[in-house]
Design a protein around this ligand. Structure first.
Ligand code: PLP
Length: 431
């Protein structure tokens, strides 16, 4: 695929190469242009600073994906990078444990209400898989009740359209329930009494909990002697320093943190109840060569210190709300059937079909035109400590201008002709 726009020439030259070298042309599926605006979006970034990045053709963008939510302070954040450089001079991975691991674990236990014992890992998928293993070992049960996305490992993708290569037998062990629908979880316990090891969910995914959903999930899990696992990979360090469990005062048995924990350095953590962890520690195998990699651990300690000292969460939530309110006002003004949803730590646009155009088509055009004007509003919008209120306002102004273009195209019935490439596709669908 090539781009018709000269502004993305270098990106699409590299994209040709990438397609020959990588599965799907990318290392992270949601960074593929196929899922953003095929042929009509940048593909390769060259450098990033603060709340901005520059693509390989030299175009600058205000960044809202922020590396899928991992960057919470800002790109190339001096204070964190200096700490990393200091650690680099002392070695990055030892043949024995390092006291810095203890420092990070103590910090996590200090800020996360349910954290008493910790396993430091690399990715969110690692931490979530470790949580499932601990829960199965502790309860002696194999089934898990799951809601939503939790990474790329077998048990999490079995019920998606990208489940090739995953043993079909596994599907018997995974039951899906719906967020904010306590009956869907109750019916799993009714059908599989005494067999469910854990209930796994993001405490807040696309929507906020309603009708005390989290408390009711917690009560149901306890009543059925299943562990409650919170996936705080996104909520952690963004919704509140202690995660959604702190924000909503609901304590899980185990929880997983990652992404924003180290401002983009790769590190994650499984944390939880000490008695549970102690009961299984000689029977489970959760171990990795790079578990004690010290650049990321040093980055996490410094990042969490800064988050705490500078009250970063309050700041990014206020900006997230400003963005959400501004986008919703602009949508309403143009009469576009779409809404900006989500709690302010992560918002996203939902475009619905209208005037003969599919929601996905309108969304693709919206992304194409916002990117052309220097704003990257991807699937999930995050804010960071380096964004300013002026950045947010400038982005809203640009989004409003794009929505006016979309409104005109819908009125004239020529929206498809404005698309410079095919309609974007979803990374996968659930079933
Ligand atoms: C809620 C949630 N859980 C788990 C993961 C997996 O994390 P990672 O991509 O670091 O393996 C993600 C990644 O996007 C996520 O959004």
């Amino acid at each position: 695929m090539t781009s018709y726009w000269s502004k993305y020439t270098e990106s699409y030259k590299l994209w040709e190469k990438a397609n020959n070298l990588f599965l799907n042309g990318v290392l992270t599926l949601s960074k593929s242009p196929m899922h953003i605006a095929p042929g009509a979006c940048p593909v390769f970034a060259e450098r990033a600073q603060g709340a901005y990045f520059w693509d390989s053709d030299g175009n600058r963008y205000i960044d809202y994906p922020l590396a899928l939510g991992a960057v919470v302070l800002g790109h190339a954040y001096n204070d964190v990078d200096r700490t990393v450089a200091e650690q680099m001079a002392k070695g990055i991975l030892y043949s024995l444990s390092s006291r810095r691991e203890l420092e990070l674990a103590e910090l996590l236990c200090d800020i996360i209400p349910s954290a008493e014992k910790v396993r430091i890992l690399k990715t969110g998928s690692d931490a979530m898989s470790a949580a499932v293993r601990v829960a199965r070992a502790y309860t002696g049960r194999e089934m898990v009740a799951v809601c939503g996305y939790h990474g790329w490992h077998d048990w999490t993708v079995i019920r998606t359209t990208r489940n090739a290569g995953v043993p079909a037998a596994l599907s018997k062990l995974i039951c899906e329930f719906m967020y904010n629908d306590i009956h869907s979880l109750q019916s799993i316990f009714d059908q599989h009494a005494g067999k469910v090891a854990a209930v796994i969910l993001e405490p807040v995914g696309m929507y906020a909990p309603e009708h005390h959903f989290l408390e009711r999930v917690s009560a149901l899990a306890r009543k059925n002697n299943a562990l409650l696992i919170f996936d705080e990979i996104i909520t952690g360090f963004r919704l509140s320093l202690g995660g959604a469990q702190s924000y909503f005062s609901v304590k899980p048995d185990l929880s997983a943190f990652g992404k924003a924990m180290a401002n983009g350095y790769p590190v994650s953590a499984l944390v939880g109840n000490r008695d549970i962890m102690n009961a299984v520690e000689n029977r489970v195998f959760i171990s990795s060569t790079f578990g004690g990699e010290l650049l990321s651990i040093a980055a996490a300690i410094r990042t969490i210190d800064i988050l705490r000292e500078k009250k970063v969460t309050d700041y990014i939530l206020a900006l997230g709300q400003q963005l959400k309110d501004g986008l919703n006002a602009a949508l309403e003004q143009q009469g576009i059937d779409a809404t900006c949803e989500g709690m302010p730590h992560k918002t996203f646009l939902v475009f619905r079909d209208m005037a003969g155009a599919s929601g996905k088509m309108i969304e693709t055009l919206f992304r194409q035109e916002c990117l052309a004007r220097g704003v990257f509003l991807g699937y999930g919008h995050f804010t960071c400590f380096s964004h300013t209120s002026e950045d947010i306002q400038a982005s809203i102004t640009i989004a409003a201008e794009v929505l006016r273009v979309i409104r005109d195209a819908l009125d004239q019935g020529n929206l498809p002709s404005l698309l410079k490439g095919p309609i974007a596709t979803d990374v996968f669908k659930r079933y």
